[in-house]
Write a protein that binds this ligand. Structure first.
Ligand code: AMP
Length: 396
């Protein structure tokens, strides 16, 4: 019996099929450019990966294509859809309604719909994926796992913005935080690696990829996080600017004559590593250019690391200390140079990186030196596994 994990984006749908008992990854794939004429579907584990010819006009067609591939006698891994007992859906925004994963029913769907204005790009595709799976897999339990849920433990001083209070009361304008499933996973893994229960630890978890967020976790609960009302606040990211003086937005509109839509596009798609380097949002490209002497690529690289350093510093103070700092996602897991820059000069504060361990790649490991008071740990994230665990817990 299997759990299907679905992560539906605005024009994509990623999936994994996981064995319910062994947690083994049995199959996976990705539908890309859903809704456009050049859509395609990659199916299969790494060595068996193949591109399946598919027209995918919408997310229902994508789910149908996924199920067809899973059932295909040559490429698939199941012989009947009844073998899929549950589907775990990643849902980006659950607002204030959900502090944990839930079995999906009509009320849950209505609540996720209510959050559409807060996540107009993310929640509609999740809802489309849920509707398609409910229709095509009527016997399977559908579960929603929210990116926001882990952060519902933050205290008001961390989530209320210093605007007139009625903006919070009437319009629910507040910090929600995202990447919660990733932060929860790496915190749990860190606790296991350190052989200490979460409720005895102060952790700072850093999800550094194309999107970035840093979370302060005190005794296992999220007490502050860098992403805010939307996934734009906080650190500089691949194409997102992160926190800037809000008056810049007014200046762009009123003085430079840009429309709100243009400003939104600039802040979300043309800023960050891409905007500063003028080259790419991919840190590998920026790093190569920086090493070849490209000045703006070097600046972009330095700004990315400085922004991470600032948030880590804030949370050390707000939690009055830290036992371990954990890094994950594309950059956090893979880029030794970025990790070195983030922690450079922090030795007097008891954070000492072992550069030999830092240079290794690809598995969970402590990269701080034996004499480092604060442990620094690299943990590859596994949001899908968390979704499977939550789904199984709700099934039982
Ligand atoms: P993610 O959003 O977690 O998929 O992370 C994507 C980011 O990770 C991109 O900016 C990639 O350039 C970066 N990344 C992946 N592998 C490496 C690597 N070996 N060195 C530097 N950056 C990397």
């Amino acid at each position: 019996m299997y759990i299907l994990v679905i992560n539906a984006g605005s024009s994509s749908l990623k999936y994994q099929l996981v064995d319910k008992d062994t947690r083994e990854l049995v199959d996976k794939g990705l539908c890309e450019r859903v809704g456009s004429d050049d859509s395609f579907h990659k199916h299969g584990l790494d060595s068996n990966e193949c591109v399946v010819a598919s027209r995918l006009p919408d997310h229902r067609a994508a789910v149908q294509a996924v199920l067809d591939s899973l059932l295909d006698p040559r490429t698939g891994s199941i012989s009947s859809l009844d073998e899929i007992v549950a589907v775990g859906h990643r849902v980006v925004h659950g607002g204030e309604h959900f502090s944990a994963s839930v079995v999906i029913d009509d009320e849950v769907i209505a609540r996720v719909e209510e959050c559409i204005p807060l996540a107009p790009l993310h929640n509609p595709p999740s809802l489309a994926g849920i509707a398609a799976c409910s229709e095509l897999l009527p016997g399977a339990t559908q579960v929603a796992v929210f990116d926001t849920a882990f952060h519902t433990t933050m205290p008001p001083k961390a989530y209320v913005y210093p605007l007139p209070y009625e903006y919070f009361e009437k319009h629910r304008i507040r910090r929600y935080g995202f990447h919660g499933t990733s932060h929860r996973y790496i915190a749990a893994r860190a606790s296991a690696l350190l052989e200490k229960p979460l409720d005895e630890l102060k952790l700072i978890t850093c999800h550094l990829g194309n999107g970035c967020s840093i979370t302060a976790i005190d005794k296992g609960i999220s007490v502050d996080t860098s992403l805010g009302f939307t996934p734009l606040e906080g650190l500089m990211m691949g194409t997102r600017c992160g926190s800037i003086d809000p008056a810049i937005v007014l200046y762009l509109i009123e003085t430079l004559g840009m429309t709100p839509r243009e400003v939104n596009d600039v802040m979300n798609r043309q800023s960050g590593l891409l905007g500063i380097s003028g080259l790419s949002n991919d840190l590998r490209d920026v790093r190569a250019a920086a090493e070849a002497g490209h000045e703006r690529a070097l600046l972009a690289y330095e700004m990315y690391s400085y922004s991470a350093k600032k948030y880590i510093g804030q949370y050390v103070f707000t939690m009055a200390g830290v036992d371990a700092i954990i890094l994950t996602a594309g950059v956090g897991e893979n880029c030794d140079r970025m990790r070195r820059m983030i922690f450079e000069g922090l030795e007097p504060l008891g954070i000492i990186i072992d550069q030999d361990k830092n240079a290794l790649r690809g598995f969970e490991r402590v990269i701080s030196a034996e004499n480092s008071r604060v442990k620094v740990i690299v943990i590859p994230t596994n949001e899908e596994l968390m979704i499977v665990e939550d789904t199984l817990a709700l099934l039982s």
